[in-house]
Ligand binder design. Sequence first.
Ligand SMILES: Nc1ncnc2c1ncn2[C@@H]1O[C@H](COP(=O)(O)OP(=O)(O)OP(=O)(O)O)[C@@H](O)[C@H]1O
Ligand SMILES: [Mg+2]
Length: 255
Amino acid sequence: MAETILTVEKVSQHFDGLIAVNEVSLHVDKGEIVGIIGPNGAGKTTLFNAITGLTTPTYGRIVYRDTDITQMKAYQITSLGLARTFQNIRLCSGMTALDNVMVGAHSHLHSGIFSQILRTKKHREDEKAAYEKAMQVLELTGLTAYRYEYATSLPYGLQRRLEIARAIATEPEILLFDEPAAGMNEQETSDLMEFILKVRDMGYTILLIEHDMRLVMNICDRIHVLDHGALIAQGVPAEIRSNPDVIAAYLGKEA
Ligand SMILES: Nc1ncnc2c1ncn2[C@@H]1O[C@H](COP(=O)(O)OP(=O)(O)OP(=O)(O)O)[C@@H](O)[C@H]1O
Ligand SMILES: [Mg+2]
């Protein structure tokens, strides 16, 4: 039987008068790649923000395995095993690729501020563990050769990959990608598709928002469609492709 790891139950997000997300329910099972699509402003990123604790939903419930995470802060949710990337790349510009991944690796180490200031043995051990973890993730994600380059000087496709690497370094179970192919050319998108499948095969579960239909239709096991904050369709790629509501709301706009 499928093992559900993330459940979103009738989640709504209101901003003053605007209902950005309207009673959305979905679940993600272990090992799946689940897609969320929908026109600009449909509420996709807002839903991700609610799931990852950047905002607290106005109504509804979000459950990760057996834990209700609805009211939790972002750092608590990350430490439970959910990691994300952002629609606009958020790498630290003055830092190398390695340092950026070490930031992720540090998120589950626990030497407190005092041991950092005093540079205690525990702090040195944590530094070493973060370094080793980061090097391992760079290798896994094919970024080892770029480890001493400044993150923001890397080609665009590699910056996106580095963001994913930093998320993986937090040792999550589920990864949420917000438009990972945004701004990529066709070749970069093809490389990304292959990379996401590889990440899934490493044992991660993936929930992704994406506008690139080739990517979504090729790699997602199931797709959810949002329009004006509400879920208007869900199903396997073939069902979504031929769903008249989806064509009207989304694909129709592109055609
Ligand atoms: N913090 C906020 N305060 C007020 N309104 C917001 C806030 N965040 C998002 N919105 C609004 O909520 C709606 C949904 O926005 P959201 O960014 O979730 O859309 P999206 O589906 O991710 O779109 P895109 O494909 O363009 O990224 C939009 O109308 C947006 O202006
Ligand atoms: Mg968005």
